[in-house]
Ligand binder design. Structure first.
Ligand code: F6P
Length: 539
């Protein structure tokens, strides 16, 4: 069964939301709090170790009710069922979308074309577990008989961002192996990494679902050539492993068949860190922590599948985001984790959110005349407070923000933790309440300066409190955003799991590359032609 394809703007709930918007758009959240002493409780979801307060949003009970009706009108329930049951909902690529099967318990039965995929998932998991054990314990050695000290993940996009983000996020749980990530085609990137390595003790993990990606294959070849300056062809088997669906090309690269970790076309690149793409996570933190991450994600899957929409965290966050995107015309959303460990979280989410929902053709193949994918950006607090918060507080744009905080710190420095979290709470409170002219005047502010010190407030935030940053809670958090992406794609009536938009630039780049070597001559616009000639002259 295909996904429902309902233009959301034609639904009853959308009409209601539109009329309702006209009456509530200027409401002040602080008045809503004053009118209802139970507002914070009404708009809070407590689940497991998550406490999600969405009361600081420009919504009333009626808004919420209408948004929940929208979820029903676009047949979200049916869509969730289709995804989890292995239907080929990625219609434009003819694929199922089963990243949730990667984190399902071994006893689950998830059928694709009549075959249960869970046993093969567990075969690969066992391979990851045993390989990780051998590398971490030092039983597996490099070509000169030394145990490994460093791991280099060579991949880009989903084959880089997820593992890189998680390895950084789980730094506290890391073992002795030093992990590096090479992604960019910029040769300075790979050379800077090579500079730090001792090849006798370095393991290279080439991650590419297709094994055709220019960046990854070029970087892998450069590293292989560097390796072969000192070692022999037969040593490659000891130092290079690969994660891919393209087994033939991996073998052609010279990688031993035993060193291939398969993945499947039903796992999208940006949703793949749960597969063998996460091998560097397992190597860096140990298999038990990788497994913990998967278990957490599975718990979120169950919550998403089974919970009523009104207390379903990904559904509620998605609906609120649609409210701002499509009714308030907010263009972007910020994600602000108050944890330095989540330094790369927003960058990771950018691929997940923008590659998935940056679409303008609907599921019927027609151009869309309403807004879809949000821009996503962010940096950890408190650093971001000293960078871009000025614009969120006093700029002209409405920027809804997710504040993610952990109630306990990992190193247990309570003084720092209290300072961190006092900032967290202060910011969401300041964004809500702002600062009135009367308050500014009361501070003896000179007359001509008063307007500059007034804060309008009424800036929406979600607070996502989690007890502690663990592999499991991180798994839940990532899965929460994955499901939010899916819900929004369903509402916007788009296909979230293809990414044709990245192809055009790739094709043109390969033509231009051939012009550099004189192999091809192509027509260009005058600007590109000038720039190309300038580059050829100067490079
Ligand atoms: O940027 C496009 C893309 O296909 C992403 O979706 C993917 O994560 C990335 O390239 C890398 O692809 P691969 O794993 O096949 O090298």
């Amino acid at each position: 069964m295909a996904l429902p394809s309902i233009n959301p703007t034609t639904t009853n709930s959308w009409q209601k939301l539109q009329e309702h918007f006209a009456t509530v758009k200027n409401l002040q959240m602080k008045d809503l709090f004053a009118q209802d002493s139970d507002r914070a409780n009404k708009f809070t979801i407590k689940w497991d170790d998550f406490y999600v307060d969405f009361s600081k949003n420009r919504i009333t009970e009626e808004t919420f009710k209408n948004l929940l009706e929208l979820a029903d009108d676009v047949k979200l329930k049916e869509a969730i069922k289709s995804q989890f049951s292995g239907e080929k909902i990625n219609l434009t690529e003819g694929r199922a979308v089963l990243h949730s099967a990667l984190r399902a318990p071994e006893s689950s039965v998830i059928k694709l074309d009549g075959e249960n995929v869970v046993p093969e998932v567990y075969n690969v998991k066992r391979k990851i577990e045993s390989f990780t054990g051998q590398v971490v314990n030092g039983d597996r050695k490099g070509y000169t008989g030394k145990p490994f000290t460093d791991v280099v993940n060579i991949g880009i996009g989903g084959s880089d961002l997820g593992p890189a983000m998680v390895v950084e996020a789980l730094q506290y749980y890391k073992n002795h192996l030093t992990t590096h990530f090479v992604s960019n085609i910029d040769g300075d990137h790979v050379n800077e990494v090579i500079k730090k390595l001792n090849l006798e003790t370095t393991l290279f993990v080439i991650v590419s679902k297709t094994f055709t990606t220019q960046e990854t294959i070029s970087n892998a070849n450069t590293i292989k050539a560097w390796f072969l300056n000192s070692a022999n062809e037969e040593d490659i088997a000891k130092h290079f492993v690969a994660v891919s669906t393209n087994i033939e090309s991996v073998k052609n690269f010279g990688i031993d068949a035993n060193n291939i970790f398969p993945m499947w076309d039903w796992v999208g690149g940006r949703f793949s860190l749960w597969s063998a793409v996460g091998l560097s996570i397992s190597l860096a933190t140990g298999y038990h922590n990788f497994d913990g991450l998967l278990k957490g994600a599975h718990k979120m899957d169950e919550h998403f599948k089974n919970e009523d929409f009104k207390s379903n965290i990904p559904v509620v966050l998605a609906l609120i985001s649609v409210w701002y995107n499509n009714f308030f015309n907010a263009e972007s959303e910020a994600v602000i984790p108050y944890s330095q460990y989540l330094n790369q979280f927003a960058t990771y989410l950018q691929q997940g959110i923008m590659e998935s929902n940056g679409k303008s053709i609907d599921r019927n193949g027609n151009p869309i005349d309403y807004e879809t994918g949000t821009l996503i950006w962010g940096e950890p607090g408190t650093n971001s407070q000293h960078a871009f918060f000025q614009l969120i507080h006093q700029g002209t744009k409405l920027i809804p923000a997710d504040f993610i905080g952990f109630t306990k710190s990992l190193h247990g420095n309570q003084d720092h933790q209290n300072k961190l979290m006092s900032n967290f709470l202060a910011q969401t409170e300041a964004l809500l309440n702002g600062k009135t002219k009367a308050q500014v005047v009361a501070e003896n502010t000179p007359e001509n300066i008063i307007p500059f010190k007034v804060f309008a407030g009424n800036k929406p935030t979600n607070t996502i409190f989690i007890d502690k940053l663990t592999p499991e809670s991180l798994g839940k958090l990532i899965a929460m955003y994955e499901h939010k992406i899916f819900v929004q794609g369903i509402i916007w009536n788009i296909y979230s799991y293809d990414q044709f938009g990245v192809e055009l630039g790739k094709q043109l780049a390969s033509k231009i590359l051939k012009e550099f070597s004189g192999e091809e001559k192509n027509e260009h616009d005058a600007s590109t032609a000038n720039l190309l000639n300038y580059y050829k002259k100067m490079s």
